[in-house]
Design a protein around this ligand. Structure first.
Ligand SMILES: [Cu+2]
Length: 241
């Protein structure tokens, strides 16, 4: 598993320069390009790796507020989110993902001169338009979604994003178990297991899902060390040794 993680990190490192030299058309100068390659909030997400979609509405209300409406933005580090954004207001709005500090800095720039952002962490939408931002959150912390068009933030157009720590996969604790029964056709395996630390479950006998490759490496009566997780709502063996 460690090897796999290293490979992923390496692949990310390789893809970063491409990102850094990619679409950057808001003219903030050279420094920011390098800065953005290591954004605290994460990196552009891959559409094929989206974990969840969150609907977001940008709008003004009758009280003169401008709002970013969505469910609470509680995200786990490592999650890739598709923000499905619709501007239901009568004005143009932005949706920018960044740290609170960087949004504040950007906002000052935007007050001097309206710049249209076209970075992967942002989208600008005309009244009635919709679009999406796919983003992978890399670090735990408090971040922000905001509209940085002059005056909009002050009218309420920001929203906190709470990114929680996720146990690094390399540090996952393996549980012990004995395979009682295998149902290869159904992709199910019954395991008499010890406590499942990562799931906070006591020792018992349970049915887990497992993919074909995993099942091919299993036999009834075999003692295993494994990691189980919820995958699409089902308890699934995700790692085994
Ligand atoms: Cu706005």
């Amino acid at each position: 598993m460690k090897k796999l993680l290293l490979t992923t990190t390496f692949a990310m490192a390789l893809s970063l320069p491409a990102y850094a030299s990619g679409t950057h058309s808001d003219g903030h100068g050279e420094n920011e390009t390098a800065e953005q390659a290591t954004m605290m909030i994460g990196m552009p997400g891959e559409a094929t790796k989206v974990d969840r979609t969150i609907d977001v509405t940008l709008l003004e209300n009758d009280e003169g507020q401008m709002l970013i409406e969505s469910e609470d933005l509680n995200i786990a580090a490592g999650e890739t989110i598709r923000f499905n954004i619709t501007n239901k207001g009568e004005l143009e709005h932005e949706f920018v993902l960044d740290t609170i500090e960087r949004n504040a800095e950007h906002k000052i720039e935007m007050a001097k001169m309206d710049m249209e952002h076209d970075d992967p962490n942002s989208i600008r939408l005309d009244a009635g338009a919709s679009g999406e931002v796919v983003w992978t959150f890399a670090n735990a912390g408090t971040f922000e979604a905001a509209c940085l068009i002059a005056g909009h933030y002050e009218s309420g157009m920001y929203r906190e994003i709470a990114v929680s720590e996720q146990m690094a996969k390399a540090d996952v604790e393996y549980s012990t178990g004995t395979i009682k029964k295998i149902d290869a056709k159904a992709g199910k395996v019954t395991i008499i297991h010890g406590p499942l630390v990562t799931l906070d479950m006591p020792a018992m006998t349970m049915v887990f899902r497992a993919d074909e490759t995993m099942i091919a490496n299993m036999s009834e009566g075999q003692d295993i060390e494994f990691v189980a997780d919820r995958v699409k709502g089902k308890l699934t063996v995700t790692q085994m040794k």
